[in-house]
Design a protein around this ligand. Sequence first.
Ligand code: SF4
Length: 355
Amino acid sequence: MPTTRLQLPSIGLTELQELISLEGLPKFRAKQIMDWRNKGVLNPENMGNIPQNIRQWLKDTLCCEPLTLSAKQCSEDGTRKYLFTLPSGKNIETVLIPESERGTVCVSSQVGCVLDCPFCHTGTQKFEANLSAGEIVAQVLAVKEDLRQHPMQEDLHHDVTHLVYMGMGEPMANEQGLHQSLAMLMSEEGLHISRRRITVSTSGLTPQITQLGEAYPVNLAISLHSAINSERDILVPINIKYPLEILRECLNTYPLAHQRHITLEYLLLDGINDREEDIQALVNFVNPERERINLIRFNPYPNSPYSGTPTERMNSFAKSLISKGIRATVRRSRGQDIMAACGQLKSSNTTKTTS
Ligand code: SF4
């Protein structure tokens, strides 16, 4: 059964202090518990300086560990992919992408997705639930704990420094979970991650983008995939409701941090959106002062209706954009050996358990 108890990963210090005081327990313990929590230690039994009676109270009062690690895959390049099970029994995925100077966690915001982008593996899984703020934050904390237990190889960063909401689900369609999790992740008493190190990726729900910019102006990434309405209506069906003209207006006013830009994600699909006219449409759409294009190699999944643009053509697509004054980069694929496109570990696990 889904839990309705407050969740340790997302509770604020003041809230925990109040709860502890109401119980007649010493208030300073709340800060100690928070320190453990922020390191990724969610099991009260592992909170060394917390007395047994308070550990028990914590277990009885809060949902301390909303996620259970059900599977983990490690790539040769250091990428780690996690499958977590929620109290409801549903599964979600989280990915850690380590580099020498940073560790980026890609979190899921929903189980399945309400939208139906035909190139996306998560889109093939029916929408089941929005994640709570605690379930979103717990993904980050669980990765931190995993990194403490199983340190990263020496040439790669040993902790979580950056976050992207780019896993399963459309974060803007789970506005409450998104905003509340950002509050905790950014707050001083939480993980205190700077807005410059957090990116929310969306398919383009423009009213919610505007609200995010007002409340938590983090970095923004848009799943663009085409700058032609008739094409984007198919690839990113939310475009029917919020077409490119509306998206354009919305992006023009999104607040950017100093020297930051909006990332326009563009998955290159062979013969679909990689033609000369697609380049021209991008040139007409993109605001080069504020935006840059991230070209993504398609990660094929079983029975996918698309295939990726060959490398040579990807490079010439990028060059062509650059020659027209648009900043474009080709995203380096990570974790290829463990199928890092979102939704794939969940699917392979579902296949295993149902067959
Ligand atoms: S691309 Fe994003 S919004 Fe579209 S179906 Fe996949 S998870 Fe949902």
